[in-house]
Structure formats: structure tokens, C-alpha cells
Design a protein around this ligand. Structure first.
Ligand SMILES: [Zn+2]
Length: 741
């Protein structure tokens, strides 16, 4: 999975009132970009900047395309789904690589409740009999696609089922689509719903179908969304062929991710476990994915009304809503049991082992997973090798660098969630930042998402990495791309991000769909997600293999190298900084905008009063952030006492922990962050201020009040922490001033 999957459609965000202002500022920032002082590095005392520049330059010379390509070839050498022996092979190989780089690397094993498909059948039974659930077609010239070990297409965490029912086409199966069906007078009760992939997480489609009393769900990839209607299909082009199927989990990650039976704790053999019937993140109706050619057979037999505007897909006939006379028989036999997870945790010990800079990606894949997740894994491994080379040349990290390769991400963020839950107190003490990559490279366009306090760090680091196209930095290429997307927001499948309130190149917000979720949403560890994206239609299919990457994704592996350089530079800068470069005024500004966005949706006066308290708290936070930032500015003027700096850095890294609500969000207590959570009806896209926004969406005024109170309290706690930081910074500056000064 990846947050980047959200780019295939999705409802445009509200145009904020600051849109025009931000767009103008963005333009000026682009024009002024060249005037940037290239020598200064935020967070470093002047005496250490030249040394840091040199160290980073040395690191960026190490990653190379041949290593990255070999890494990916090894990682994609066999299908390696979580819970299989092949997944253990990959984990052991990764562990051994890090050991050879000089890291202390271990495999941490958990046991999670995971299904594998035993029988998957689908057939049209009326008005004629046609066998469906056809497999993906092997491709001559791509041997990997002929492998017999490839798992049949299935939706993980579907229950077993055996039923026959008429079908209703529900477009993308979103909330809006069900409202449209209600207007048409079409009920899905007792029916099998046929929904196309796109516009949100597949698990939400199943949950909505369940809420509307559907009997089962069939998910398919419409050629309009990532296939022939977008561009040439594999092996001619990068898009999904007619037989290509998107596998994927339907576990309800928006309720809680991770092993269904052990929420909130590590899934060790002795952990107390829920009964599957009591696990709130398990779907109750069967679901399966099919390809476009099978979907065409079902769709062509539907009768009833013509579909509403926007529901017609890319198949060459007029879609109808159904149901009509046709019926479909679905049979799924799932084999559920406790299966092993193998997380790889590799540490390069720093002078201060009490501070951790953590990087991670998953290693499990639905089939070969060349782009998802192999490209990210191959690049992260190259960054690890580069750090190891520096280590062997005598350099020691200031802070400990921890590189993690998670298992079971595709099933529902299992490996990362269990590790974070099991180590949460240590992480609260030691973690400074978590940096994630997942689909690291599926094209040439840099994309990032981050907590607002770390967006400037990502922008700064990309200024120092050369874009593989040549002649400019990744940052410049990124700004160009963002400008093009703003001018043409409806390019194929892509959506421009809303402008950043600072006017700088926008980064996304962290929703869910990859392994940063437990770090940020559950533990409050400031997080970043980076990668390069492009035309990628083979997501979660057999065709996401080495050959696809070599032909389309990154033929020269130069973007893998650039990603390794970005990951390595991010790690070094965070590791070496005197004061870790968090920008809290930027964070406070985004919170103020998000809080105002909710406020303007409310018309009831009593509710407005409740929300005014959150606006006041947000303003308070902003004032505290500015005071802290002012006080910190003078701290990095001259060399710092290491112990004092460490205390300040711990405090700076803990502000997101203050933004956690102790009891979590109403209705989904696993999600503790008051500012970020996946949307409860979207699933990938971040919902800002999720408690209040969810309550507004559900028109639940009592919950709105509770969430407003909880948010205001969190904002005031964070403000208090920033006030402490300002005080600490002033003390550091004073004690250091020469006597009589
Ligand atoms: Zn992934």
C-alpha cells in the first residue's frame, strides 16, 4: 500500500479561503528560490556546517545504480507474501545485508491472525453460465509472469462465503455513490455490489457495502482508472492490462490497523487475544477482486437504469446500474490461522543511544512487488549501505540510526503496528523522527508527505540532491511538477495537492495506507513519507515485477539512487543536527487553518461556541510556537553543551505526543492523534482534525462537543510544551553568554 494510491481520483478538497493568497506566495517563492543561502543549514551551529556539508556530500557519492538494481533483482526473485517462507527468506537476506554493512541487525517475530485463500470461485449463473475469476495472463518475454507460485487474486481479511445473488453496480462505492443510488431508488440489500477500484481505500468500500446490507462485494479495475483508457498497457506500456487484478487487504484500518486479535499490544505468542468475532477491524461480508475482462461480462448483463453521470467507465458499452435478471455465484474458502511476521530491525549505534532516527519500509509484497515495496526497499538498503561505509571509515552517528523493514504491511500494516505498540514507551523516550518510504519509485516525480513541522526539512534536503534528469535539483524539478499540476489539475489520474499556506511547494498530509500510521497516529512520533511517482497501473498485480521496473518505472535505476541519497541525507541531517530542525510555527499555522475550516461549516451557535475554544487554543499554540522558534534561533549561534542540546531535542520531538488524546478519537480509540487520522470514509487521505470533522460528517453534535474539548486540551498541552522549550532555549543562551556581556 502507499499513500500515493490516493492519487487515483478522489474528491477535490474544499477550496480554502487562503487558496489565492497561497498560490501567489507560491509563485513568489518560486521566483525567489535562487536567492536562497546555500551554505547555512537549519539546526546547525556555524562551526559545524562545513563539516556537515562535507559528510552529506560524501554520503551521496556512495549509492549507485548497479547496487540498487541488484537489490531489486534479489528482492523480486520470488513471490513473497506475508506469512510465507519466502517472506522469511527476504527478511533474513535483509538482516544479513545490514550485518555486512556494520549494523546490529535482528529479526523480530510476531504472530498474527492472517488468511490465505484456499478456493476462489466466481461464475455468472443467469441468464447464461460463464466461469469468471480468470487469472492474470502470463506474458511471453517476462518469465516471472509464468511462475506457478503466484497467489490467486483475493482480498485479504474477507470472510469465507458461498452465495448466489443479483448484482448492482455502485461506481466507486463511496458514500456519495450510495446517496446517488438512494435517489435512484435502487437498494443493494441482499445483492452483490460491483464496485470499481479508486477514490479511497478498498476496505471502506466493503464497510459501506456492509452498512448498506449488501451480501458481498466484487471489486474490479476499470480501464478508465488505471488501464487501457489511460495509456498503453503492460508489456507495451506501464498501465494495467485487461487481465490484471489488484489484490489487497480490506481490513478496517480506519478502526485500527494491525493484527485483528491484539489491538494495542505486541502480538507475541503469549499475548492475550480477542476472539475473531470480537475483532472490530474485521469485515463481515465476503469480497473478492477481479479483472476488467470478467467485470465486463457481469456489467454487460446488468439491466435497469442507465448509470448516472460520471459512473460510465472505460469498457466499450453503456453501463447500467442493475440488478435485472442476471445472477452471480461467489464461493470463497479462506484459511485463517496464526501466521508469523518477520520484522527486520537494524541499528547503527550513535554516541547518544537515547535518541533514535528511524527509517522504514515494508518488505512483504502481494506477488513480486517491484515498485510496491521493492523500489523503496532497494533504495533504503542503498542508504543503509552508504551509512555503513561512512561508519567503517571512522564516522560515528551522534544519534542511533534505526532502519526497519516491516512484514505484513499489505495485510494491514501488521509488522510496523505490532513493533510500535510493543515498544511504545521506549519510542516515546527515544524516537526523534520516523521516515517512511513504500512505493519508493514508480516514476520520475518526487512526492512527499510529512507532519507540518518537518516539511521545510524535506524541502531543504531535496535542494541538495541532483534530479536524475540532470541540470537541476530534485527540489527544482518538484516545484516545476507542482506548478504544472496546479495549472492542469485534471491530468490523467493525478490530483494537485492544495497549496501550502507558506506558499512553498506543497507536501501531503499523512493519512494511512503505509507504515508511518502507528508511529504518527498511535505514538505521536513526527513522521515523513517520501518517494518518486509516475504512470503506474500494475499496482498489487502479478505485473509489478522486475521487468516492469526495467522497462517503465526506472530503467536506469537513477531514481532509486536519488531516493537513496534523499533518505541518507535526511537521516544524516536529523542525526547530526545540534537542534533538530522542527518548524512549529508552520505546524501551528496549518492547525489554525484546519480548525477554521471546521468552524466555518458549523451553523448552530452553541456548537460555534464550543469550536471557538479550539480556535483560541490554536491561536495560543501559534503564539507559543513563535516564541519558542524565536528563543531557539539564538541557541544555534555558537557551540552547544551536548547534554542541554539533548534535553531540548527530546522536548522538541515530543510536541506531537502532547497532541495525542489519551482516550483516542471517539469511536476509534486506537487513533490518538488529534490532528491526523485517515478519513473514516476515505481511508488513505488524511483527515485533518479528524474528531471534529467526523462528528460534522455524521451530524453528531454531542461527539462534536467532546472532540472540540479534547482537541482544545491537546493544543494547550502542546502550547505548554513549546513554552517550556522557549524557557529551556533562553536558559541555554544565557548560561552560554560570556561573563560581563
Ligand atoms: Zn506498499
Amino acid at each position: 500500500m502507499s499513500y500515493r494510491t490516493q492519487k487515483w481520483g478522489g474528491s477535490p478538497r474544499c477550496v480554502n479561503y487562503w487558496f489565492v493568497a497561497a498560490a501567489l506566495t507560491f509563485l513568489f517563492a518560486v521566483l525567489a528560490g535562487h536567492a536562497q543561502d546555500s551554505e547555512a543549514i537549519t539546526g546547525f551551529v556555524p562551526a559545524r556546517m562545513a563539516e556537515e556539508r562535507q559528510l552529506e556530500t560524501n554520503l551521496r557519492k556512495i549509492p549507485d545504480a548497479a547496487h540498487a538494481e541488484n537489490n531489486l533483482r534479489r528482492l523480486t526473485s520470488e513471490p513473497h507474501m506475508a506469512g510465507t517462507e519466502a517472506s522469511r527468506h527476504v527478511a533474513e537476506w535483509l538482516r544479513d545485508q545490514y550485518r555486512s554493512f556494520g549494523f546490529d541487525a535482528q529479526i523480530v517475530t510476531y504472530t498474527a491472525w492472517m488468511p490465505q485463500p484456499r478456493e476462489v470461485r466466481l461464475e455468472l449463473t443467469k441468464p447464461e453460465i460463464k466461469i469468471l475469476a480468470s487469472p492474470e495472463q502470463p506474458i511471453a518475454g517476462d518469465k516471472a509472469t509464468q511462475d506457478k507460485r503466484v497467489v490467486v487474486a483475493f482480498n485479504s481479511y474477507s470472510p469465507s462465503g458461498d452465495l448466489t445473488a443479483p448484482v448492482v453496480y455502485v461506481n466507486y462505492g463511496t458514500r456519495n455513490d450510495y446517496e446517488e443510488l438512494a435517489r435512484l431508488g435502487v437498494s443493494v440489500e441482499g445483492k452483490i455490489v460491483l464496485a470499481r477500484y479508486g477514490r479511497g481505500y478498498r476496505g471502506i468500500k466493503v464497510k459501506l457495502a456492509e452498512e448498506h446490507k449488501a451480501a458481498a462485494v466484487i471489486l474490479y479495475s476499470d480501464p478508465q482508472d488505471d488501464g487501457a483508457a489511460v495509456g498503453p498497457t503492460y508489456p507495451t506500456g506501464p498501465w494495467r492490462p485487461m487481465s490484471g487484478i489488484q489484490r489487497g487487504s480490506i481490513i478496517y484500518t480506519e478502526i485500527y490497523p494491525g493484527d485483528p486479535l491484539t489491538p494495542g499490544m505486541a502480538a507475541t505468542p503469549s499475548a492475550a487475544r480477542l476472539l475473531p468475532a470480537d475483532a472490530a477491524n474485521l469485515p463481515h461480508i465476503p469480497a473478492m477482486p477481479i479483472n476488467a475482462q470478467d467485470a465486463a461480462v457481469i456489467l454487460a448483463h446488468l439491466t435497469g437504469r442507465q448509470v448516472p453521470a460520471g459512473w460510465q467507465g472505460g469498457l466499450p458499452f453503456s453501463y447500467r446500474v442493475g440488478p435485472g435478471e442476471s445472477e452471480v455465484h461467489m464461493k470463497l474458502v479462506m484459511d485463517y490461522k496464526e501466521r508469523p511476521l518477520y520484522d527486520v530491525i537494524a541499528k547503527l549505534r550513535g554516541a547518544d543511544d537515547g535518541q533514535w532516527i528511524i527509517l522504514g519500509n515494508h518488505h512483504d509484497a502481494w506477488v513480486y512487488g517491484a515498485a510496491d515495496p521493492g523500489s523503496g526497499t532497494a533504495s533504503l538498503l542503498e542508504a543503509g549501505r552508504a551509512l555503513g561505509v561512512l561508519g567503517k571509515s571512522g564516522w560515528q552517528p551522534r544519534r542511533t540510526i534505526v532502519i526497519c523493514h516491516w512484514d505484513g504491511e499489505e495485510e494491514g500494516l501488521l509488522g510496523s503496528t505490532k513493533w510500535v505498540e510493543g515498544n511504545v514507551s521506549e519510542l516515546h523516550q527515544k524516537a526523534i523522527v520516523y521516515i517512511n518510504t513504500d512505493i519508493g519509485v514508480d516514476g520520475p516525480n518526487f512526492e512527499a508527505a510529512a507532519v507540518p513541522s518537518l516539511k521545510d526539512l524535506v524541502r531543504d534536503v531535496t535542494r541538495d540532491v541532483e534530479d536524475p534528469k540532470g541540470g537541476e535539483s530534485v527540489h527544482e524539478a518538484w516545484v516545476d511538477q507542482a506548478t504544472r499540476e496546479r495549472k492542469n489539475p485534471s491530468g490523467p489520474g493525478r490530483q494537485a495537492l492544495p497549496p501550502d499556506p507558506s506558499g512553498k511547494v506543497p507536501l501531503g498530509a499523512l493519512g494511512s495506507g503505509s507504515d508511518y500510521s502507528a508511529f504518527l497516529d498511535y505514538a505521536g512520533i513526527p513522521s515523513i513519507d517520501v518517494g518518486f511517482s509516475g504512470p503506474y497501473g500494475v499496482y498489487h498485480s502479478l505485473y509489478d515485477d522486475f521487468n516492469w521496473m526495467k522497462d517503465f518505472g526506472d530503467p536506469t535505476f537513477s531514481y532509486h539512487v536519488a531516493l537513496a541519497q534523499i533518505l541518507g541525507t535526511l537521516a544524516l541531517r536529523l542525526d547530526q543536527a545540534d537542534i533538530v530542525p522542527f518548524n512549529y510555527p508552520a505546524y501551528a499555522l496549518e492547525i489554525e487553518h484546519a480548525a477554521t475550516d471546521v468552524y466555518v461549516k458549523i451553523t448552530n451557535e452553541d456548537d460555534q461556541d464550543a469550536l471557538e475554544a479550539t480556535l483560541d487554543a490554536a491561536a495560543h499554540l501559534s503564539a507559543s510556537a513563535h516564541r519558542a522558534s524565536e528563543a531557539l534561533r539564538s541557541v544555534t549561534d555558537s557551540p552547544l553543551d551536548v547534554a542541554k542540546a539533548s534535553e531540548l531535542n527530546h522536548a522538541l520531538a515530543s510536541v506531537d505526543q502532547e497532541l495525542l488524546a489519551p482516550d483516542g478519537l471517539v469511536g476509534r480509540p486506537w487513533f490518538k492523534h488529534t490532528i491526523f487520522a485517515p478519513g473514516s470514509y476515505d481511508g488513505y487521505t488524511a483527515m485533518l482534525i479528524p474528531g471534529e470533522n467526523d462528528a460534522v460528517l455524521r451530524d453528531d453534535r454531542a461527539t462534536l462537543r467532546r472532540e472540540a474539548q479534547s482537541l482544545a486540551a491537546a493544543l494547550l498541552r502542546a502550547a505548554g510544551r513549546l513554552d517550556q522549550i522557549a524557557q529551556m532555549a533562553r536558559e541555554v543562551a544565557e548560561t552560554r553568554a560570556p561573563a560581563g556581556h
